[in-house]
Ligand binder design. Structure first.
Ligand SMILES: *Cc1c(COP(=O)(O)O)cnc(C)c1O
Length: 237
């Protein structure tokens, strides 16, 4: 084996069988959480968070029939997904990382769901691109439920006004809310708060819960959980 081939083998990369095994465990845990909350397991969708994962890690899941994936970066998604989409039909790609208004054009063209609308400038750019391209991904608003200054998302206090602005001023259909609770805090109050904001604004989808807390999120009404490291192992970056 040439030296270059050796270097291209990432010792952290998981074998396909292990990825599928861990994926199965996550699905089982989701089913248990839904049943114990008296919910239909089919009412919760697993969004596989595939940021930093390559085609070799993602493809076993596609081959096994999974279709819903979340990516954090527009450029990274556009680099690796065209070939996968060409090989597997009905892939649903969701943008779960921060969106800049100068990426709205690519995001509208490429994603099926955009989960991270969080300010008027982005909402306006999204509305303009939907009109220009005639393509309408489903749209979620990200809420910074912990009001962390460095974090993306509209503040919890400002969420109602922003949701109304998106609908009335920009003409957007808002289908869901998304949150990432503060690290090191109990997640449940944040999940509960997201549910309250969604209900009073007649919003149906709740994207909440990651590797550390997806069963809890399901208990508190998540319709979509975004799970990465429980399936692929810890990320190097
Ligand atoms: C990476 C990421 C996830 C998945 O996180 P894990 O803890 O690896 O499951 C979910 N949501 C967002 C926004 C992410 O960036």
């Amino acid at each position: 084996m040439a030296n270059q081939d050796l270097q291209s083998i990432d010792p952290r990369a998981l074998a396909p069988t292990l990825i599928l095994e861990q994926f199965g465990r996550v699905q089982d845990a989701m089913g248990r959480a839904a049943k114990s909350a008296g919910r239909d397991p089919a009412s919760v969708t697993l969004v596989v968070a595939s940021k930093t994962q390559g085609v070799a890690e993602i493809e076993p899941l596609l081959r096994s029939g999974h279709r819903v994936f979340g990516e954090n970066r527009v450029q990274e998604a556009m680099a690796k997904w065209p070939q996968l989409r060409a090989a597997y039909s009905n892939v649903e790609l969701r943008l779960i990382g921060p969106l800049q208004s100068n990426k709205a054009k690519e995001a509208i063209a490429f994603f099926d769901v955009i989960e991270t609308i969080d300010r008027p400038k982005v909402a306006r750019a999204i509305a303009e691109e939907i009109a220009r391209q005639g393509r309408s991904p489903r749209l979620y608003i990200e809420v910074n439920t912990g009001d962390e200054p460095q974090k993306a998302g509209v503040g919890a206090q400002a969420a109602d006004v922003f949701i109304r602005q998106c609908r009335e001023e920009f003409g957007l259909t808002i289908s869901g809310l998304m949150c990432v609770p503060p690290v090191g805090e109990q997640a449940s109050p944040h999940f509960a708060l997201l549910g309250v904001i969604a209900r009073r604004n007649q919003i149906s989808d709740l994207s909440m819960g990651m590797t550390a807390d997806f069963p809890l999120a399901i208990q508190l009404g998540a319709t979509h959980v975004r799970v990465g490291s429980a399936i692929f192992g810890a990320r190097a970056r």
